[in-house]
Design a protein around this ligand. Structure first.
Ligand SMILES: NC(=O)c1ccc[n+]([C@@H]2O[C@H](COP(=O)([O-])OP(=O)(O)OC[C@H]3O[C@@H](n4cnc5c(N)ncnc54)[C@H](OP(=O)(O)O)[C@@H]3O)[C@@H](O)[C@H]2O)c1
Length: 332
């Protein structure tokens, strides 16, 4: 590897966070069995949170954020991986308590690494990233619960965001009737292009009044929003319907009751991409490269922007300001 390389670093100086691209050497990298030349990373909600001054995500500074990376193995002391292998790493401690993907080089634990699935490029894998993986895991678990295309409309909330836009595209490709909810008027054309059949306003999910039991509307839902939105979904799921919840952009308190569960048999499925077991993780990545794979046109539409390490500082806050849609790819 080169003598020095670039990484986007966060340093703490008293209570101030200093952000910027720095030159590092191999000695600055954390321990791990696999050294990777990173080619792409992505921008996730968690990355935007980690970049904040009052972040509860990063525990130790200095730190390199970036919860996703894709690249080529440079060296490995674990015999599952060899020089030149194309690999993907998402979640675990990456970009949280272990230096992450916003770097030309990363050293990681072998148990976090998966071979790039056949049928995906490194670039596509990082357009997908944790957001796309979470969308796919949500759909996979809803189907395990019994969701099929015959049961009617499936709701996707936060549809202009990473998880939501990916879920919209994947569900549409599987032949589901997708109702996308968004707070952004300007995202309607984007969502239709990804395959949404109907679009409703973010506020309309809850409607005028939040009830514990409401009109049975959706057979299933992918919900990265949480809060009252999740409570409203639970109240409007059809009999035996299911919602896969992954996020909290709408809040963490969910004002519901036992009634939808005991009177309509609805299912609440928790989605965690971080410690998702490796066997299931590989199964979902396989689906991402086969039946859940986006079309070339969908990849093009969803790849909202391509940025470099130098643009991370100005770009990360835009996610929390609810300004962006689709996915932001980081080319390294
Ligand atoms: N459980 C897991 O493993 C996992 C993995 C990935 C992400 N997540 C979580 O999932 C959530 C979404 O992640 P992401 O990467 O998709 O983020 P993102 O790209 O920033 O998208 C979030 C979307 O949420 C909607 N939104 C924003 N503020 C809102 C509000 N106040 N009320 C309702 N909706 C609001 C917006 O969509 P519209 O304008 O279209 O409504 C926004 O685009 C985050 O909470 C993230 O932490 C969890």
């Amino acid at each position: 590897m080169e003598k020095t390389f670039k990484a986007y670093r966060l340093e703490k100086d008293n209570q101030q966070i200093i952000r910027g691209v720095q030159e590092l050497t191999e000695r600055d990298l954390p321990e791990g069995e696999v050294l990777i030349r990173v080619r792409y990373s992505g921008v996730n909600y968690k990355d935007a949170m980690a970049n904040m001054s009052e972040s509860a995500i990063i525990k130790n500074y200095p730190a390199t954020p970036g919860i996703d990376l894709a690249g080529e193995v440079v060296e490995s002391v674990d015999d599952r991986f060899a020089e030149g292998d194309q690999v993907v790493v998402t979640s675990y401690d990456l970009g949280v308590s272990h230096d992450g993907g916003y770097s030309e080089y990363a050293r990681v634990k072998a148990e976090w690494v998966i071979p790039l699935p056949a049928g995906l490029t490194l670039e596509e894998a990082m357009i997908i990233g944790t957001a796309g993986f979470t969308a796919a895991l949500s759909i996979h678990q809803l189907e395990q619960q019994g969701l099929t295309q015959k049961q009617g409309k499936v709701l996707v909330t936060g549809a202009s965001g990473g998880v939501g836009s990916m879920a919209t595209a994947m569900l549409a490709n599987l032949g589901y009737q997708v109702e996308a909810s968004t707070g952004k008027q300007k995202a309607h054309a984007f969502l239709r292009e990804l395959g949404a059949e109907t679009i409703i306003d973010r506020e309309a999910v809850v409607g005028e009044k939040l009830r514990t039991l409401d009109r049975q509307t959706w057979s299933g839902a992918v919900d990265p929003v949480g809060g009252e939105t999740l409570a409203a979904i639970i109240s409007k799921l059809k009999y035996n319907g299911a919602v896969a919840v992954s996020g909290l952009t709408g809040g963490i308190k969910v004002p519901t009751s036992v009634y939808p569960f005991i009177l309509r048999g609805v299912h609440l499925i928790g989605i965690d991409s971080v410690f998702c077991p490796m066997e299931l993780r590989k199964k979902v990545w396989h689906r991402l490269s086969t039946d859940l794979k986006l079309t070339d046109q969908q990849f093009k539409v969803i790849k909202h922007r391509v940025i470099t390490l130098d643009q991370l500082e100005e770009t990360l806050p835009t996610l929390l300001a609810d300004q962006s849609f689709g996915r932001i790819l980081v080319k390294i």
